[in-house]
Design a protein around this ligand. Structure first.
Ligand SMILES: *[C@@H]1O[C@H](CO)[C@@H](O)[C@H](O)[C@H]1NC(C)=O
Length: 199
């Protein structure tokens, strides 16, 4: 009995010691800290060097209707449902991003988030989404986009408000231009140029 007890106590000590060392050595990437609440860091202490601008170019495929729609209405407001702009209607999207306008071309990422009709007089949406990339060094990294999208305007511009992975500390803008509309198939192809400053 005593032997079993001392064995379990010593394994607890080993565990606590391990936990203490691993948590105190967790760097800026970890969730644990050996300081209280806040501290000042220089960019180089986080391994951050010169900022650069990356330009992305891809095509966004919105498909409404059919058996595999890329977005679904998740909320709406009865009184405004008769308005041509369907003011207040909220859609959740998970949209493929491809290298060329051809839907079967290389999938470079997805656009996941919501868009909501935010104008009572024109077809314009509040976009709140993440672009999640799937290619090479950008694989798994995200850019967060927020902005106004009046879909019948030639060129729309939205903000890049941040990012994750290789896009930590990102900022920039995204330009959207309708490439083609196929009302019969319910397929809209939108060309995106995204300019992002990041480390
Ligand atoms: C991207 O990352 C996922 C998950 O880590 C992996 O399964 C996939 O093969 C990667 N794709 C590319 C193109 O590197």
């Amino acid at each position: 009995m005593a032997r079993i007890l001392s064995k379990s106590i010593s394994s607890q000590i080993i565990f606590i010691t391990f936990f203490f060392f691993s948590s105190s050595s967790a760097g800026v990437n970890g969730a644990s800290h050996n300081f209280r609440f806040s501290r000042i860091l220089l960019p180089q202490e986080m391994g951050l060097k010169q900022e650069k601008i990356t330009h992305f170019h891809f095509y966004f495929h919105e498909i409404v209707g059919g058996s595999n729609p890329t977005s679904e209405i998740v909320a709406g407001a009865d009184p405004t449902d008769i308005m041509t702009t369907k003011f207040g209607t909220v859609r959740m999207m998970d949209i493929p991003l491809t290298e060329t306008p051809d839907l079967t071309s290389k999938l470079v990422g997805r656009s996941q988030g919501i868009y909501a009709s935010s104008s009572q007089s024109e077809a314009s949406y509040l976009m709140a989404l993440d672009f999640v990339f799937m290619e090479g060094k950008h694989n798994g990294s995200t850019l967060s986009i927020l902005g106004r999208n009046p879909i019948f305007s030639g060129l729309r511009e939205m903000s890049v408000v941040g990012g994750s992975g290789v896009f930590r500390f990102a900022r920039g803008y995204a330009q959207a231009k309708t490439h083609s509309l196929d009302p019969k198939a319910g397929h809209a192809i939108v060309e995106y140029n995204v300019f992002v400053i990041h480390y």
